[in-house]
Design a protein around this ligand. Structure first.
Ligand code: GLN
Length: 293
């Protein structure tokens, strides 16, 4: 029987994925192989002559085939890195994006300017990546995280437990603020964050295959202009914000002006700022509620 070493497999998988038009085929090959073998990526090179067992080859075969069909690597290995944390993911939640790290950064900067225990709400939490990253990096925060998808909340629960944050992150099932209302102990928040679905119908059709065919539509699509969820959040947000509190939202690259106007129109906020991501696209909106309201 033909024997497969780590090195031979790397070469073969790399070529297979390249032929299928997969981006970063070498990195994909390394991640799949290291995941199956339980090795660090660097160990693939220090142990390149090692024979791979038939059992591992079978498992690898299945994953490589799925990767060739443009299934995202994060789903294949069940995890991804976000804000230097290893976050579990499944096809029931959106894969955390690097752009969303900027939202977390802004959230933490805002919280650091304030005194005392901070009450934070994360709407459309998905994998729970935002809530977990805030809680891990800002020990003075207690969070409520909501999602309409119970399947996504199961993943959020795994991540919350993984980082031992069950006592500080309360996961609630329901649409946006709906499950927050009966939580009488919650009152108002110092900070509300959200990376809601924001893709328009037309953009959705044009999304990359790996996103469109594999990531949950419910986490992406938000009506004909992609603004449905922002409108519904902004309509109710005032009730849930303390004076001087912040609302921090991730937005689509072309939504800055409209979301700014939606926020401005409420007369709730004294300051609205839009930050650009590393691609120089509008990405994170921070709105600070007026002192006197
Ligand atoms: N940034 C994501 C994408 O382009 C969309 C995320 C979202 O809708 N919240 O696929």
């Amino acid at each position: 029987m033909e024997s497969w070493t780590i090195n031979k497999l790397l070469v073969w998988i790399h070529q297979y994925l390249k032929d299928k038009g997969i981006e970063s085929p070498r990195l994909h090959a390394e991640l799949l192989l290291s995941n199956i073998l339980g090795l660090k990526r660097i160990e693939l090179y220090t142990q390149h002559d090692k024979q791979v067992s038939k059992q591992d080859l079978d498992k690898l075969h299945v994953l490589v085939k799925r990767a060739g069909l443009h299934e995202p690597i994060a789903y294949l290995v069940g995890k991804t890195e976000f804000y230097s944390l290893e976050i579990e993911v499944s096809k029931d939640c959106l894969i955390p994006r690097p752009e969303t790290e900027l939202l977390v950064q802004r959230a933490i900067e805002f919280l650091r300017m304030r005194d005392g225990i901070q009450s934070v709400c994360d709407l459309c939490t998905g994998s729970g990546c935002i809530a977990v990253a805030i809680a891990k990096n800002f020990p003075q925060a207690n969070l409520i995280a909501t999602d309409i998808s119970d399947q996504a909340l199961l993943i959020a629960a795994r991540n919350t437990e993984k980082f031992n944050l069950q006592n500080r992150i309360k996961l609630l099932s329901g649409d946006l603020f709906d499950p927050v209302i009966p939580q009488l102990d919650t009152g108002k928040f110092d900070l509300i964050v959200s990376n809601p679905p924001y893709v328009s119908n037309i953009e959705y059709e044009k999304l990359d295959k790996n996103v469109k065919d594999h990531e949950p539509q419910i986490a992406l699509l938000a009506g004909h202009d992609g603004l449905d969820i922002y409108k519904r959040i902004i309509e109710k947000v005032d009730t849930f914000l303390k004076p001087n509190a912040a609302l921090i939202l991730e937005i689509g690259y072309a939504q800055g002006k409209t979301v700014y106007e939606l926020l401005d129109k409420t007369n709730v906020f004294s300051e609205i700022r839009i930050d650009r991501d590393s691609q120089n696209n509008d990405r994170i909106v921070t709105a600070i509620k007026q002192h006197s309201l």
